[in-house]
Design a protein around this ligand. Sequence first.
Ligand code: SF4
Length: 363
Amino acid sequence: MKTLLYAIEVKIRNGERLSREEGLALMQTNDLAWLGFMADIARKRLSGDYVYFNVNRHINLTNVCTARCKFCAFGCDAGSPEAYAMTARQALDIARAAAAADPDLRELHIVSGLHPEWPFEYYLEIIRSLKTELPHLHIKAFTGVEICHFAKISGKSIFQVLTELKQAGLGSMPGGGAEIFSERIRQQLFPNKAGAEDWLKVARTAHSLGLPTNASMLYGHIETAEERIDHLLKLRSLQDETGGIQTFIGLPFHPANTGLAGKISRVSAWEDLRMIAVARLMLDNIKNIKAYWVMLTVPVAQLALGFGANDVDGTVSEEKISHAAGSKTALGLNKVNLIDLILSTGRVPVERDSTYNVIRVYA
Ligand code: SF4
């Protein structure tokens, strides 16, 4: 093992690509300090000392969802007491109020459940009206799973769905819905929604249309180390092909209120930091690795900046999905909080837009 880790260190220092076997060795070592040191070398080479954030607002149009994934605490049936579904007008009012409250707001991040009755035209109408009324806001919306759902309910191809959404004003896509690219796990935890091949097809199609996407991985449930590495390798290979992935986000599974509550505990901060570092080292062609403070907590997100991360996401203001699963983080941070969080790690806070153009460097 020691010889293999030494060989890996030489490759990292030389900027060489790591293999599957080497990725698995990274998942096995308990030398977390070394792993962080290695990831920091890769981070410096790929993205320098900038740490990015943006000013964004999440909108979840509905929690009604036909997929009812076992790991999800957010989705519910239409008749459930917690069920809600926004009209286009309500979504617009939320966005307008958010824009009026914060002149720095630049992005709307919109993801939702798979509603059993809404037609595809409803989503087009929402994007169109948001873009018409608030043209200065970038709309980052819909996971690969939602896009597959739109294709199914409309009878259109993924290409056609994405083309129409782009024409309506969609600017990019978030990375959710990828979960973990394993058919074994899909069958057990999320059999009613799109799997790996469909998610990758959506991302590939989006990239071909000039829509950048993020990419995520849900870890800390029933997956193996091999499945985590294979997931990262599938993303790396897609990125070799298209170059359209802007950021990778590792999402730790929060079991509270899910079908796995009481059976699985939340993974440790140690495991979170290992995952950030391994992602940084394996995804040598994805420039940004996000430490999503909402799911990691602010202290772990700060530590993650020493383990390969170079982005802390955004102000978020109101988040429903991970909080439904027991996330204890605050519902939003303001810009000053984010800048302080980054400055106290000795790195340079950089406000960005949704496609990583620099708005301002806080030196
Ligand atoms: S993870 Fe997404 S698709 Fe699955 S139940 Fe939750 S909202 Fe629905």
